[in-house]
Design a protein. Sequence first.
Length: 122
Amino acid sequence: MKKAGFQNHVVLMASLVDRSAMRVSPTGQSVMECTLRHQSELEHAGGQRRLAFVTQAKAVGDIVKRLSDVPLGQLLQCQGFLAPRRAAQPDAHQQTTSSGALIFHITDFELENSNGLCQETF
């Protein structure tokens, strides 16, 4: 296993369940939080494993406008990375704190239909 060049790249097929209103961060970036639902079946340890979960996600920057146009329930192939969710009020000695929970930061996405075929993007 390589130690140099650690990677944090996630690709997740999920449906858009909910989203917050767009807000503007203190740095002037557009921000939108959303909820994604994933369902799949995969081979693991010699058997089939069914996965179904809901996860929190966030989009920042230009992608927010595209995400705001996606109808709820739409299947998406999302790309991004995982990061700790920041606590509401960081301690004085720490630059950032985390709640221990992770949030999926969406950096790009494509619309999918139920057969997994890409649809046109916005």
